[in-house]
Design a protein around this ligand. Structure first.
Ligand code: G3P
Length: 217
């Protein structure tokens, strides 16, 4: 299972990279705005800065909703760095753009996916990644994890190569449940990754080992 961090914060990206378990980064226009990164040139530069910190895939989202504009924007993003994956929204022109990029060998991440039908369409169009937003489904009393299970089932039926990128992961249990369900990738905040390492018995066990060592020395 690949671990992506879902942020545009360079400090957190560095911290996750230093932990040694990071496989990539996802961003979106809201995450960029949260870090105060605005204006086309600053945003493009920020993507390159992120690529220079991590070794894996970095999703960069188009903001156009029209096919021709998406293609222009996506091609410019892909040219920025070979780690860039073009993030395309699940809309009609987006499906056409996924197919276009897939035919050209440009990697894509289909975002804002909330149903198995949308995920099927993304796979048919040749998306590299599909991003079901599990936290946002949970927010409206719909089981986000069930969507991961449904997509896994459908993709396995037909051996689709599109990777399931569980997105809108909010906490550590989401990460564990996505792993149980066979998501190929998860993207979440740094806290969802760091939560995996904590256990009170580890802390108390280590404290005792160290105290016992001190007694004998
Ligand atoms: O990866 C998708 C993500 O950026 C959305 O997360 O927490 O805003 O639902 P959230």
């Amino acid at each position: 299972m690949k671990f992506f961090i879902d942020t545009a914060n360079l400090g957190q990206i560095r911290e996750a990279q230093e932990l040694g378990v990071l496989d990539g980064v996802t961003t979106n226009p809201s995450l960029m705005a949260k870090e105060g990164i605005t204006g086309k040139n600053n945003i493009l530069k920020h993507y390159v800065d992120i690529c220079n910190i991590v070794e894996g895939d970095v999703s960069a989202e188009v903001i156009s909703t029209d096919f021709d504009e998406m293609i222009k924007e996506g091609e410019a993003l892909a040219e920025l760095h070979d780690q860039i994956v073009v993030k395309i929204p699940m809309i009609k022109d987006g499906v056409k753009a996924l197919k276009y990029f897939s035919d050209k060998g440009i990697r894509t991440n289909c975002t804002l996916v909330f149903s198995p039908g949308q995920a099927l369409l993304a796979a048919k169009a040749g998306a590299t990644y599909v991003s079901p937003f599990i936290g946002r489904l949970d927010d409206i009393s719909t089981d986000g994890l069930n969507l991961i299970a449904e997509i896994r089932h459908i993709y396995d039926n037909y051996s689709f190569e599109t990777q399931i990128l569980a997105a809108s992961v909010r906490h550590t249990m989401h990460v564990i449940d996505c792993a149980k369900l066979g998501a190929d990738v998860m993207t979440g905040p740094l806290s969802s990754i760091e939560g995996l390492l904590r256990h009170p018995l580890t802390d108390s066990g280590l404290a005792k080992f160290l105290a016992d060592y001190q007694k004998g020395n």
